[in-house]
Design a binder for this molecule. Structure first.
Ligand code: HEC
Ligand code: HEC
Length: 342
C-alpha cells in the first residue's frame, strides 16, 4: 500500500495543471455573458464595477409585483395578507413620474424630444423623472432641488432608498414607507433597468464590453451612453412677462401638446388636482388675463414655481425645471393659451 504522502505526490501535478487551466480560462473567457438583452448593471458588473447599494438582484417576483402595485396604485397586499395603507391619499407615484421609458435617447434629457416621444407613445409629460433606469442613475434630487428641499436632499442625493423615502413622504404628501414597502419598490426599480439594446452601441463598442478585456474603458464607454443623473435647473419668469422670454417666439401647435400631455394629465375630472380645466374659452382667457399679474393663473409663475402644500392644503403642484419644460415650451404654451382665448 502506498502512503498518503506518496498519493499526494501523484496528485500534485494534476492539481497544479487544473489550477493553471482555470487561470488560463479565467483570463481568456469573459466572466459573464453580455448581450443586447442584458441589463446595464450586469454589463457593469461583468466589467468589474460593484453593484450599487440599492441593487436587489435576488428579489422575488412577488416583491417586484408588490413594488409595482405600490408605484401604480399606492397600495398592495402586505406581508400580513391584508391591503396596505395608501402611501398618499392624493397621488400615486405615476401622477408625477412615467414608469416606462420616456426619452428617445437614454443619454439625453432634452425636453422637446421627450415631448414628441410622449405624443408618439401616448405618455404624459411630467415634472418627475422616469422610473425607467432610475436604478442606473448615481445621484438623485440633483442640482437645484437643494433650493427647494434644503437639507432633506442631503441623504437623498446619494441614496436611491432615501430619495424614495423623501418623495413618498414630502413630494407625494404622504408618509414614510415601511421597510418591506421600500424593499418592494427597490426590487421594482431593479427590475426596470436600462438594457444594453437601449444604449445604441456600435458593433465595436459592444464587442469591447462583451470581451471584458479592457474593463475600465468599458465602464467609461457604458456610462457615456446613458444619463447617470437627471439634471435639474430651475428657471425663472421672463423679466417683462408681457413681452415673454427675450428672443423666443411661441409656437401654439407645440403649446397644445404641452397643455394636453402635461397640464391636462392632472387638471381634468378624476385627475389629481381639484381644479379641472375645461378647454373652454373662459379658462384660456383666465390664463391670458393673468400674464404679468400676481394671480394664481399666472402661467410663468405656476410652471417655474409650482405651488406649495400648506396646512389643510396637502395637494400641491410640482414645479418644472428647465430640463422638464424648456423656456421655449413655456412660451409655446403661452402662445397656445392666447390663441385659444381669442
Ligand atoms: C406630486 C408629484 C410626485 C409624486 C406623487 C411622486 N413624486 Fe417622486 N418626484 C417628484 C419630483 C418633482 C421629483 C424631482 C424630479 C425628479 O424626478 O428628478 C421626484 C423625484 C423622485 C425621485 C428621485 C429621482 C431623481 O432621479 O432625482 C425618486 C426616487 C422618486 N421621486 C420616487 C417616487 C416614488 C416611489 C413615488 C411614489 C411613492 C413618488 N416619487 C411620487 C414628484 C412626485
Ligand atoms: C402632476 C400634476 C399636475 C400637473 C402636471 C400640473 N398641475 Fe397644476 N396643479 C396641480 C395641483 C395638485 C394643484 C394644486 C391645486 C389643487 O388641486 O388643489 C395645481 C394648481 C394649479 C393652478 C392653480 C394655482 C393656485 O395657486 O391655486 C394652476 C393655474 C395650474 N395648476 C396650472 C397648471 C398648468 C398650466 C399646468 C401645465 C403646464 C399644470 N398646472 C400642470 C397638479 C398639476
Amino acid at each position: 500500500m502506498r502512503s498518503k504522502v506518496q498519493n499526494l505526490k501523484y496528485a500534485m501535478p494534476i492539481i497544479a495543471s487544473l489550477i493553471c487551466l482555470t487561470m488560463v480560462l479565467a483570463l481568456k473567457l469573459p466572466d459573464l455573458k453580455i448581450d443586447n438583452e442584458s441589463t446595464v448593471s450586469h454589463a457593469l458588473l461583468a466589467n468589474g464595477e460593484a453593484l450599487p447599494k440599492h441593487a436587489r438582484p435576488n428579489a422575488l417576483p412577488e416583491q417586484i409585483q408588490q413594488g409595482k402595485d405600490l408605484v401604480f396604485k399606492g397600495r398592495t397586499i402586505g406581508p400580513d395578507g391584508k391591503k396596505s395603507k395608501y402611501i398618499s391619499r392624493f397621488y400615486t407615484c405615476t401622477s408625477c413620474h412615467n414608469p416606462i421609458r420616456e426619452d428617445p435617447s437614454v443619454a439625453s434629457f432634452d425636453p422637446q424630444s421627450r415631448l414628441d416621444y410622449a405624443q408618439k407613445n401616448g405618455l404624459k409629460f411630467l415634472q418627475g423623472s422616469t422610473f425607467y433606469g432610475i436604478a442606473n442613475r448615481e445621484s438623485w434630487y440633483n442640482d437645484d432641488y437643494e433650493k427647494k428641499y434644503g437639507d432633506l436632499v442631503k441623504p437623498a442625493r446619494n441614496s436611491l432608498a432615501e430619495a424614495t423615502q423623501l418623495c413618498a413622504k414630502v413630494c407625494s404628501s404622504g408618509r414614510y414607507l415601511d421597510d418591506w414597502e421600500l424593499e418592494a419598490i427597490l426590487a421594482y426599480y431593479w427590475n426596470n433597468q436600462l438594457k444594453i439594446k437601449d444604449l445604441e452601441l456600435s458593433e465595436k463598442e459592444l464587442n469591447t464590453i462583451q470581451t471584458q478585456k479592457s474593463k475600465r474603458e468599458s465602464i467609461v464607454l457604458l456610462k457615456e451612453k446613458y444619463a447617470v443623473k437627471s439634471p435639474a435647473t430651475f428657471g425663472y419668469s421672463p423679466n417683462q412677462q408681457d413681452l415673454g422670454f427675450e428672443g423666443i417666439k411661441g409656437d401654439p401647435k407645440n403649446g397644445k401638446k404641452v397643455y394636453e400631455l402635461s397640464c391636462m394629465s392632472c387638471h381634468q375630472d378624476g385627475g389629481v388636482s381639484g381644479i379641472a380645466f375645461t378647454n373652454s374659452k373662459l379658462d384660456f382667457q383666465k390664463f391670458k388675463r393673468s400674464i404679468g399679474k400676481k394671480t394664481d393663473y399666472n402661467l410663468y409663475d405656476i410652471v417655474r414655481k409650482g405651488t406649495y402644500a400648506g396646512q389643510g392644503k396637502p395637494r400641491y403642484m410640482p414645479l418644472y425645471p428647465k430640463e422638464r419644460m424648456s423656456d421655449q415650451q413655456l412660451e409655446d404654451l403661452r402662445a397656445y393659451v392666447i390663441q385659444e382665448a381669442n
